[in-house]
Design a protein. Structure first.
Length: 343
C-alpha cells in the first residue's frame, strides 16, 4: 500500500508526562498488517518529561502512521478535541497512553471497519488489575446479535457505554456542535454521550480490543483523586445535564433513556464521592449546593434519581438526607463509617 492510502482508523492518544508507559502503548500498534490503514495521533498535552522525544522515535520509524501533535496543557478533553480536529481516518478511537490494544483485536477491528459502514462499534475489553487480565463486556447477558450491524435503538437498554469499548465514525464527531470540557478530568463520559444523538447503526464485537490498566495511584478513578477533583467531576455532571436539556426534545425515547441512565450513574458517583469523604459541615454545604445546582438544572431528573437508584446504597442515603434536609448528615455518615457500611 502507498502512504496516500486513506486511513481506516484514527487512534487519538492523550499523552501527558507519559514517558514510563507510552512505549508499551505505541508498540501495540506497530503491526505490519495494519500500519498503512492506521493513523495514530500522539497528542502531547504540554509534557515536561521525555514524552515528545519518545513519540518522535515512532514518527521517524513509521512516518505514515504515527503523528506527534504538541500543544499547551489543556487536559484530557482538549486532547480528544484536538484528535477529532486532526483525524483523517474514517473511524476514531481514543486510547489512553497507559493502556494498549490487543493485536488480534485491533487487526479484526480495522478489517471489519474497512469493509463495512457503521456509526458506532462496541467491543469487549480487558481490565488489567494487579497484572491479571479480566474480560469485561459492556453488554447485558441476554445480548446475542454480535458481529452484525443493527439499529442502535435496539441496544439502548442492553449496554453500559464506556470509552474503552467504543469506536465512532469520525464524521459524526466532527459534526458535533459541542466541544468536550477542557482542563477537566472525567470527560470520557462527555466523549461517549455527545455523539449518541447522531448514532443510528451499531455493531457489537464478541472479542476484546482494548487493555485498560487499573490500580495506578495517579489515576483519576482512584478514590483519593476523586475526592481532590470532586469539583471537576461535578462540572462534568452539570455539563451533561445541560447538554441533555438541549437535546431531550430532539431525540427518540430509546436514546433519551440511554443518555439519561448514563448521566444518572455519573450523578450517583458524585454522591458516592461526597459520602466517602470525612463528614464535615463544609462537605455538607458542598452536597447541598450540588443538590441545588442539580435541581435547578433539571428538576425532573432530580426527583427521578430516587426511584431510579432505589437499590443503590448511596441513593437510598440521598433519599433519607433529603427528607431530613441534610440536618442529620454528619451524625448519619459518622455512624455508617463506624459500622463500616461506608468506607
Amino acid at each position: 500500500m502507498s502512504g496516500n492510502t486513506p486511513k481506516v482508523l484514527t487512534i487519538s492518544i492523550a499523552a501527558y508526562n507519559s514517558e514510563k508507559y507510552l512505549s508499551k502503548c505505541l508498540d501495540s500498534f506497530v503491526i505490519d498488517e495494519i500500519l498503512d490503514k492506521l493513523e495514530v495521533l500522539i497528542v502531547d498535552d504540554g509534557s515536561t518529561d521525555k514524552t515528545a522525544e519518545i513519540a518522535e522515535g515512532y514518527v521517524k520509524a513509521h512516518p505514515g502512521t504515527f503523528k506527534l501533535i504538541s500543544k499547551e496543557n489543556g487536559g484530557h478533553g482538549s486532547t480528544i478535541n484536538t484528535g477529532i480536529l486532526n483525524a483523517s481516518g474514517k473511524y476514531f478511537k481514543v486510547v489512553d497512553s497507559d493502556d494498549w490494544v490487543e493485536k488480534d483485536g485491533i487487526i479484526r477491528l480495522i478489517d471489519y471497519l474497512e469493509n463495512h459502514d457503521v456509526d458506532i462499534a462496541i467491543n469487549t475489553y480487558y481490565r488489567i488489575i494487579d497484572g491479571n487480565k479480566v474480560l469485561f463486556n459492556t453488554m447485558s447477558e441476554d445480548f446475542q446479535n454480535y458481529n452484525q450491524i443493527i439499529n442502535f435503538d435496539e441496544i439502548c437498554d442492553k449496554f453500559d457505554i464506556a470509552m474503552h469499548a467504543v469506536t465512532f465514525k469520525t464524521q459524526i464527531l466532527k459534526d458535533l456542535d459541542i466541544k468536550i470540557d477542557e482542563h477537566c478530568f472525567y470527560v470520557d463520559v462527555e466523549y461517549t454521550l455527545y455523539p449518541i444523538k447522531n448514532v443510528n447503526t451499531a455493531v457489537v464485537f464478541d472479542y476484546p480490543i482494548y487493555d485498560y490498566l487499573l490500580g495506578r495511584e495517579d489515576q483519576s478513578m482512584n478514590i483519593r483523586n476523586q475526592h481532590k477533583r470532586r469539583n471537576q467531576h461535578k462540572r462534568v455532571c452539570l455539563s451533561l445535564l445541560n447538554y441533555f436539556n438541549g437535546i431531550e426534545n430532539t431525540i427518540n425515547a430509546e436514546k433519551s433513556g440511554f443518555i439519561k441512565n448514563r448521566i444518572l450513574k455519573m450523578i450517583a458517583n458524585q454522591y458516592a464521592i461526597y459520602f466517602t469523604m470525612t463528614p464535615t459541615k463544609a462537605i455538607k454545604e458542598e452536597i447541598k449546593n450540588f443538590e441545588r445546582e442539580f435541581k435547578n438544572c433539571n428538576a425532573e431528573l432530580f426527583d427521578y434519581l430516587i426511584g431510579w437508584g432505589k437499590n443503590l446504597g448511596y441513593i437510598k442515603l440521598v433519599r433519607i438526607l433529603r427528607l431530613t434536609g441534610y440536618s442529620g448528615y454528619i451524625f448519619i455518615l459518622t455512624m455508617l463509617k463506624k459500622l463500616k457500611v461506608i468506607q
